[in-house]
Each structure stands twice: as C-alpha cells, then as structure tokens.
Write a protein that binds this ligand. Structure first.
Ligand code: TXA
Ligand code: MG
Length: 292
C-alpha cells in the first residue's frame, strides 16, 4: 500500500511479513539485495529491529518524528529480506499523522521504499504513486502533498558517524545535536545504490548555475529544437525541495525532452537538492545504471 510521509510517498509492507515484503520488491521492480527502511512509531519500536546505541538515542530524541533515518546493527527480527543480508538495518519515524496511525494499528514496523518504479523519480503525491504503480498495488493512502519533498537524511550510527544520504536534517544539525563532528560520505557509499545515479525523469537534465545561465542554455536548446522546461527559477530552497520531483514529473508529462535546472545555493537542504539534481543529470546523460 502506498503511504504518505513528510519526505516522499512510500510503498509499505509489514516488516516481518516476508510475502508482503517480497511484493514490494516485485511492484517496484527493485533488485532483492537493495535494503529497505523500517518505519516505526517510537524509539521502542525501532529497538525491536536495531540495537539503539547512545548516539542513535540522542538523534532520535531530537529529530523524530522527522526526515532522519538511522543505520543500526540489526536484531534477529530484521530479516535478510529487508536488510539485503547486511548486518545493519535502517529505521526512521516519519512525521505524518496518517502513517504513524497506520503503524500503530499494525503494531509493527512498516518497510517502505519510495513508491516509484525502480529508477524513476520519487513520488510526492498520491497521484504520482498511482501514475507509477496503478495495477501493481492495492491502495494508496492519500495524505496530501509531501511537505519536505526529498528523501530522508541517512546517518550511519554503527561506527564513525557518517551521513550517507543528504536530506532536510543536515550534517550541521546532527553535529549540533551531538556536539561532535560528523563526516559526509565520500567514495563508495555504504548505502547501496546511492552514489550511482537515480531519481531520474525521462527528459535529459542539464544543470545551470544561475538564472542567466539557464536562460542561455535553454535558448540554445530551443535553437536545436528541444522542448525545454526550466526548473528552480526564483524558488526558495524549501519550496524547491518540496516541488522538485513534481516539476520533473510534470516536465515528462508535458513531453519535454530537456530540463534545465538552476542549482540552489547554500548549505543544508540546498545540498540535498543539488545531490538529487546531479543524480538526475548523471542518469539522463546515459552514463550509468539507475538503482532505486
Ligand atoms: O525519505 C525516505 O527515506 C523515504 C520515505 C518513504 O521514508 N524512503 C526511501 O526509501 O527513500 P528508499 O528505499 O527509496 O531508499 C532507502 C535508502 C537506499 O539508498 C538504501 O540503500 C538505504 O536506504 N539503506 C536501507 N537500509 C540500508 C542498510 N542496512 N545499509 C545501507 N543502506 C541502507
Ligand atoms: Mg527510492
């Protein structure tokens, strides 16, 4: 079932029901060794799936419910089907009343990858989920448009603290909470599939630095006969993140062949938006394989 969260819509299944979990992989067309995030309604529930150390406890206390996923050592309840055979499990408590209520009713964690088909842009509305997965899933719980719009920050709490995927909870937020430095991942990521490209629309994405540059690039593309959509012009970063995937989907629906994206400046959420834009640009450049 599709479920709303503050970041993107997820495709949910009860974490301990192996058949349901298997159907999530089938519906998305996602490779079986790609691990899933377990969505919980409390730190107590998280502790059933992963061992909550002091760092994880502090972060969860400060940022949950919210767009922060914690990577923990897994307990025996976290099966190979949700961890892809790893010794770690990803857990987060989403900030959405409907989904928290659903988790409470189930009394168990819900695995939920983004509810898009493998390789496509994440969904930020119930309609996006239907566009991708109609006929493949039973239902979508419509909780309105996602307020954050980009996937949760993932932080590895199992060893040296590391941000594996940037999101709305920033590295600086985490450092301020814990009072010690945190590294941003570099080199091969421990979260499989995050450094290779994905989050891609059909249209080719070109990144422009400034508004003036975007006008120039889109003009030259129009000369070459492409159907161009410019995104990110005159948007503050919160609105940019919230509407990013919707703008990409709209461009595809309008038959655009090129998207010119203006990069937001600054730290924090802007880094997460730039990260997703670069992945979309890398993917549509035809270089590498999409992975989520
Ligand atoms: O905001 C979000 O996190 C959304 C909403 C629905 O909660 N979910 C989401 O799930 O983005 P998904 O499956 O599209 O991305 C989860 C990421 C993947 O890159 C996966 O590799 C990583 O989390 N991940 C999950 N479990 C992991 C583990 N045990 N070790 C390393 N990476 C893990
Ligand atoms: Mg995804």
């Amino acid at each position: 079932m599709g479920v709303p969260t503050e970041t993107v819509y997820g495709l949910a299944a009860v974490a301990t029901l192996h058949e349901a979990v298997a159907r999530v992989f089938t519906a998305k067309g996602r490779p079986n060794d790609h691990p899933l995030i377990v969505h919980v309604d409390s730190l107590e529930m998280a502790s059933r799936y992963g061992y909550v150390n002091e760092t994880a406890r502090e972060l969860a206390t400060r940022f949950w419910p919210g767009p922060l996923t914690l990577l923990l050592e897994r307990t025996p309840l976290a099966g190979d089907d949700i961890t892809g055979g790893r010794e770690t499990v990803a857990v987060r408590m989403p900030r959405h009343a409907l989904t928290l209520e659903l988790i409470g009713l189930c009394g168990e964690g819900l695995v939920a990858p983004s509810a898009n088909t493998f390789g496509h842009v994440s969904p930020t509305s119930a309609a996006h989920v239907v566009d991708d997965l109609d006929g493949l899933i039973d239902a979508v719980l419509d909780g309105g448009p996602c307020t954050v719009g980009v996937e949760s920050t993932i932080v590895d709490c199992t060893g040296d603290l590391q941000v594996l995927r940037p999101g709305a909870v920033t590295r600086v937020d985490i450092e301020n909470c814990l009072g010690r430095p945190v590294s941003e991942t570099s080199g091969p990521s421990r979260a499989p599939g995050m450094l290779v490209s994905h989050y891609a629309p059909k249209a080719r994405v070109t990144i422009a630095g400034t508004g003036a540059e975007a006008v120039g690039i889109s003009a030259s593309m129009r000369v070459r006969g492409a159907s161009v959509v410019v995104i990110g012009d005159r948007l503050d970063v919160v609105e940019y993140a919230a509407t990013l995937y919707g703008m990409m989907r709209d461009a595809d629906a309008a038959g655009a062949t090129q998207i010119v994206a203006i990069e937001p400046e600054g730290e924090g959420l802007a880094e997460a938006v730039r990260d997703r834009l670069r992945k979309a640009a890398a993917d549509t450049a035809g270089g590498s394989t999409p992975v989520e």
